[in-house]
Write a protein that binds this ligand. Sequence first.
Ligand SMILES: CC(C)(COP(=O)(O)OP(=O)(O)OC[C@H]1O[C@@H](n2cnc3c(N)ncnc32)[C@H](O)[C@@H]1OP(=O)(O)O)[C@@H](O)C(=O)NCCC(=O)NCCS
Length: 321
Amino acid sequence: MSNILPLDPNLEFNVEPIWDATYPPKYRVPEQTLRHKLINNTFLPELSFTLTNSFGPQAFIAAKADPYGVLFGEPNLNRIHISQFACTKLKHGKKLLEHLLAQVPKSQPIVFGQDQGHMFPGVPTECPELINLLESLGFHRDGDLAYDLERDLRDFSINPDWLTPLSEPDLQVKTCSPTDINALEEFFIREFPGRWHYDTVIEKCKEWKEFEDIIALWQGDSIEGFAYTQNYSTSHHPTAGYVWQEDLGPQSGALGPIGVSQRVRGRKLGGALLVAGLQHLQRLGVHRCIIDWTSLVDFYGKYGFRVNRRYQPMTRPANLD
Ligand SMILES: CC(C)(COP(=O)(O)OP(=O)(O)OC[C@H]1O[C@@H](n2cnc3c(N)ncnc32)[C@H](O)[C@@H]1OP(=O)(O)O)[C@@H](O)C(=O)NCCC(=O)NCCS
């Protein structure tokens, strides 16, 4: 006999064994990280459940609302996100997913991951049985795989030519400080409104005050590029791929997202900013470094980054009939 109950977002049950039964060890996360990710304005308590039997909780699912329109200020896509999902046995997971699907109107698409404060950009390809289960419930494989890339920065030797594009007199790369907030705001609204603006300016800088993890490319008085970095020493809120810290090992770090403005693209400044960001992490003593949720395998591959995780984006499309 099993029961489906509302999920307590404090996750006051033994979640780690359930998580570990679902995903390979490289996706292991501390309970605290899972809990923190559910303290989020988009968390949907009415669509988040646990399945319990006489042995205790056997599966859980946490849903979030579409961050677009709610947090990111762009048109709402009206999607429901499965932020966290785990089960000791697939049959328990199936029951929970069916329960969720029964509550969501057919006009609303459902996406695995990709929420604000996400764990997953898609389903890890090491979990084919989960991909099959989702397909059997009407989810579709939604486009190309997304990748996490990694390399060890201890043996990363920087070719000085990579940094040459930064030697023009009006260009400068610096870590940010609170006095840069207006320039950051102007740059992100101009170039990357939406998720990157929210994650970098609102959450990382204004809320967490972790300005020094943001590397900015300045041209005169204006910011024209950024790299979001994280490391074991100054970053206290692991985001995106940096949630896989246990697998990354001690003294790890992360870089990404990274972007340069439309007006300076194609001048090798993106590559140079990437190298400057990696140099910053190297100086902080970072060993293994992750660049997550990307399709640019060749761009990062030139600097020795190799794929370590692959995700299949999956969506249950809206059925407008
Ligand atoms: C990706 C980005 C930072 C690259 O910066 P850039 O200054 O335009 O690129 P660079 O001049 O440094 O290009 C370096 C090399 O990467 C390649 N490259 C650039 N953008 C690429 C892309 N989107 N896909 C594949 N390769 C790319 C270039 O062709 C160039 O190759 P080459 O050295 O063989 O000629 C920039 O295009 C950007 O901001 N894009 C939008 C944001 C984004 O997609 N960021 C990455 C998210 S993971």
